[in-house]
Design a protein around this ligand. Structure first.
Ligand SMILES: [Zn+2]
Length: 433
């Protein structure tokens, strides 16, 4: 039996803290083998015109939260109208701090705006908080035994069951695609000490309310305040991160933090200055239209112009498949849209691996300046990869299956797009052995 949902989000570090261990929790629930089930409407499909050869399928036996396309069934839809039922809860031993409405406003409308920008309007995130007050759980917080990395059983199962009972009289659970549970910040340790926030995606054992299973639920604890005073503007991003899991995205951080994907994706780092999702994630979520993904699968050369990821329109992603489970990706990253304080704009080149599950490093950013200390001193930004983007004149080469693949940034156009050339040929081409 494979490691299976519900998936547990591991705690992440904050600026001054040591890296937290990745906690992978097996829940041993038999479900469909990833890749054999059709995608739900709203996720990218392998048959996107022109890019089929580049949509890496989930690797056999891979975790359900992988970079594979399509996303396995059971996850929340990531496009079109998505109704996010949002409930604020407190406990007898942790009574609500301030009003529930104020807690709600730490995340909304910012989260809906963030998704609108990130998805170029393809995700219409609607939030409702019908209770309008703290929902008091019947047992003390401590009695649920919830800690960093706690699995679904038994604590979260008990908490969700209690929540359904308490919310029942005032909440209609029928019309929702996902549930956000915003926990009073005084329940549990401060987020700078331990991040408890967690999501249970495509969870077949979740309780049923009003005839609907609460299969996709994100819990948010504490306040991810980086201490710079930016919390009201950027602190909500734990929720897009958690909801990202409900839509099928894996964690990109590892036990060492954001050392592999840096600050280039909210699934890697959701503290600190604002950031976006990588282009591969946008494709997986169905946010890129046919024609916005260029697939460089054939031998020879091809030229592309990448439009900055933070603005709508144009080519957003060039994929160079290396095998059935690995690809290089290229995307243009600048200070636009959800990206905030990119200190070295350019073309970000990464390696995506569908065999590697959540928290294991499924995306590795290629560093254009290896060994440099980076170009940022922002807290909660992995510094070494902050200057990873490639500038005109720079290139990245990878070998795969006797081939040699090079992605070269050749220049910029008048609109700020980046021109890239991809060449792939025999490893021996060019006289290099
Ligand atoms: Zn996570």
């Amino acid at each position: 039996m494979k490691q299976q949902r519900p998936r547990i989000r591991s705690p992440r570090r904050s600026s001054a803290l040591a890296a937290a261990a990745v906690l992978a929790v097996a829940a041993a629930t038999p479900t469909a083998v990833p890749g054999t089930a059709p995608a739900r409407a709203g996720h990218a499909r392998a048959r996107d015109a022109g890019a089929a050869a580049c949509a890496l399928a989930p690797a056999p036996g891979a975790s359900p939260l992988s970079e594979g396309i399509p996303t396995p069934v059971g996850h929340s839809r990531g496009t079109g109208r998505v109704d996010a039922l949002t409930l604020m809860i407190d406990f007898p031993d942790a009574p609500g701090e301030g009003t529930a409405r104020r807690r709600f406003r730490e995340f909304f409308p910012q989260t809906a705006r963030w998704f609108a920008r990130a998805s170029y309007g393809r995700l219409d995130y609607r939030v409702s908080a019908p209770a309008g007050r703290w929902l008091r759980m019947p047992r003390p917080f401590g009695s649920y035994g919830l800690d960093r990395g706690s699995p679904y059983e038994p604590g979260y199962h008990r908490l969700l069951t209690d929540l359904v009972r308490v919310a029942g009289p005032v909440v209609d659970f029928r019309r929702h695609d996902l549930v956000n549970v915003l926990v009073t910040p005084n329940a549990g340790p401060p987020a700078v000490r331990a991040v408890l926030s967690v999501s249970f995606a495509a969870n077949p054992r979740a309780p049923v309310a009003d005839g609907v299973r609460l299969a996709n639920v994100s819990f948010v604890y504490g306040r991810q305040d980086d201490g710079t005073g930016s919390y009201p503007r950027t602190g909500f991003r734990v929720l897009p991160h958690e909801n990202g899991h409900l839509f099928g995205l894996p964690d990109l951080y590892t036990g060492a933090g954001g050392d592999l994907a840096g600050h280039w994706d909210v699934m890697s780092e959701d503290w600190g200055p604002g950031n976006d999702l990588m282009a591969w994630h946008k494709w997986k979520l169905g946010w890129l239209r046919a024609g916005q993904v260029a697939c460089a699968a054939r031998r020879g050369g091809s030229a592309h112009t990448l439009s900055p990821l933070g603005r709508p329109g144009g080519t957003k992603l060039v994929v160079v498949p290396l095998s059935a489970t690995e690809a290089l990706t290229a995307e243009a990253r600048t200070d636009e849209g959800n990206d905030d304080r990119v200190c070295r704009p350019g073309v970000l080149i990464s390696r995506v691996d569908t065999r590697t599950g959540s928290g294991g490093g499924p995306v590795r950013v290629a560093d254009a300046t290896p060994g440099s200390p980076g170009c940022t001193r922002e807290p909660n930004v992995h510094p070494g990869l902050s200057d990873a983007a490639h500038r005109p004149g720079q290139s990245f080469t990878a070998g795969a299956r006797g081939e040699r693949v090079t992605v070269r940034v050749t220049g910029r156009d008048a609109r700020g797009g980046y021109r890239v050339e991809v060449t792939r040929g025999p490893a021996s081409a060019g006289g290099r052995g």
